[in-house]
Design a protein around this ligand. Structure first.
Ligand SMILES: Cc1cc2nc3c(=O)[nH]c(=O)nc-3n(C[C@H](O)[C@H](O)[C@H](O)COP(=O)(O)OP(=O)(O)OC[C@H]3O[C@@H](n4cnc5c(N)ncnc54)[C@H](O)[C@@H]3O)c2cc1C
Length: 402
């Protein structure tokens, strides 16, 4: 059976797909969001260990969409400074810092599950959005003035525009015949919440050691999220440790900088794929979020870039509406494609270069890393570039508001 045609059908009720649904409904469009996960799992997402570093631009976007107000203040942890360590060096490069009196922090951490829950609630509250859960999409057909999604439950869903928001290994992207530069980095990212002895002072740090890359994300009180990029063998070994042995091992990895650490959450692991779609649109179809660009988590920018894709697509659709164009108009989608690729390509290339350099433990790469950090310490514009790359628009937040 085919349902009544929608203006837009979004495949994937992840944070990017749901944010897009809310913004498109605000333009007066009818929207369907379809996800394979059961409704209960979308409404009350389980902890996936991800703590998302949000820039101020992302926060403003979520505020405007009525999503931010649905996140309890207790679930938001401020970032006061960001530091980078290389190899055995004990002196970090401080990328950016605000003092304790600053009104605005550099950015903030929110657990992915709180973001997802808030976005789901905002979508559920809008009568123009239909949420279809518990069934995936298996195929995509082309009709005269629409595209038709074939669902796993046998139903069909027609829409004038289909948006692929189904994550970095997007099946919709493949269905639409869009090639992507997909890379298996051969590493796993392990994340886990830990309690620790000494205060972290809301400082986030990344440590690019010679065997593994580590990050520490300050949460509330004396808890932090540890993010460890390791080989598959090391990931398997860490998963096999009991809680006590795991806590002792992680305290050693982090050189007891925060004293002894105790595991207080589950250990979550992600095989590390990164990807960049060669085109961000096809006939009556657009790609957003990780389906468009799947960045390395070390950039802490995947969702920030996903929200930027939402902003650009909504902007082009609103412009098209004012010009009386169809929502699936090829020029509207091509304008989105151009704008988002232009804005993100440099970040994609830079992140791949940095990750490549830090995955390489041979002496020439070590020297280059040390030289790059030494230069960044002395050359202000280079440091600003690094700050911008890691923290987006946070420079504007370094002084207190008048
Ligand atoms: C460890 C880790 C840390 C991170 N830290 C940060 C950070 O600090 N800052 C930041 O900005 N980003 C961060 N990210 C990235 C961020 O989590 C992602 O960019 C973001 O979650 C992507 O959202 P999305 O909606 O595009 O895709 P997803 O969250 O992957 O959602 C895709 C949805 O599509 C559904 N789906 C898939 N296939 C189908 C199908 N065929 N039919 C129907 N539904 C389907 C899935 O069920 C899922 O709900 C991190 C990622 C990781 C792994």
């Amino acid at each position: 059976m085919t349902q009544a045609m929608k203006d837009v059908a979004i495949v994937g009720a992840g944070p990017a797909g749901l944010c897009l649904a809310v913004e498109l409904a605000a333009l007066g469009l009818t929207v369907a969001v379809i996800d394979r996960a059961p409704r209960a799992a979308l409404a009350e997402p389980a902890d996936d260990g991800r703590e998302i570093a949000l820039t101020h631009a992302s926060r403003r976007r979520l505020e405007a969409a009525g999503i931010w107000s649905r996140i309890a203040e207790a679930h938001v942890a401020p970032i006061r400074a960001a530091q980078l360590y290389d190899g055995d060096a004990t002196r970090p490069l401080t990328l950016a810092e605000v003092d304790a009196t600053a009104v605005r922090p550099l950015g903030q951490f929110v657990a992915n599950r709180h973001l997802r829950r808030a976005a789901f609630e905002a979508a559920r509250a809008d009568s123009r959005i239909e949420l279809i859960a518990g069934t995936g999409v298996t195929a995509l057909e082309t009709a005269t003035d629409s595209r038709v999604l074939l669902r796993e439950d046998g139903e069909r869903l027609a829409a004038r525009l289909v948006v692929a928001a189904d994550g970095r290994l997007s099946a919709m992207r493949r269905q639409a015949g869009v090639p992507a530069q997909l890379e298996d980095t051969g590493r796993h990212v392990l994340v886990c919440r830990m309690a620790h002895e000494h205060a972290h002072d809301q400082v986030t740090w990344s440590w690019f050691g010679y065997r593994r890359a580590l990050a520490l994300l300050p949460l509330s009180g004396r808890t932090a999220s540890v993010v460890m990029t390791v080989t598959p063998d090391e990931a398997e070994w860490l998963h096999s440790l009991d809680a006590g042995a795991f806590s002792a091992t992680v305290s050693d990895f982090y050189r007891h900088r925060l004293g002894d650490m105790q595991r207080v959450g589950d250990l979550h692991g992600y095989p590390l794929w990164i990807g960049y779609a060669e085109r961000l649109h096809a006939e009556r179809l657009a790609l957003i979020g990780d389906a468009a660009i799947g960045l390395h988590p070390a950039t802490a920018h995947g969702f920030n870039v996903g929200l930027a894709s939402v902003e650009r697509l909504v902007g082009e659709i609103a412009r098209g509406q004012r010009q009386g164009r169809d929502i699936g108009d090829a020029d509207v989608l091509a304008a989105y494609d151009r704008a988002h690729r232009q804005a993100t390509r440099p970040l994609w290339l830079a992140s791949r270069a940095v990750v490549g350099l830090y995955n390489d433990t041979r002496p020439p790469a070590r020297l280059m890393r040390r030289a790059a950090l030494g230069l960044a310490r002395r050359v202000t514009p280079l440091r600003w570039g690094l700050e911008h790359y890691l923290l987006s628009d946070s420079r504007r937040a370094t002084s207190p508001r008048p």
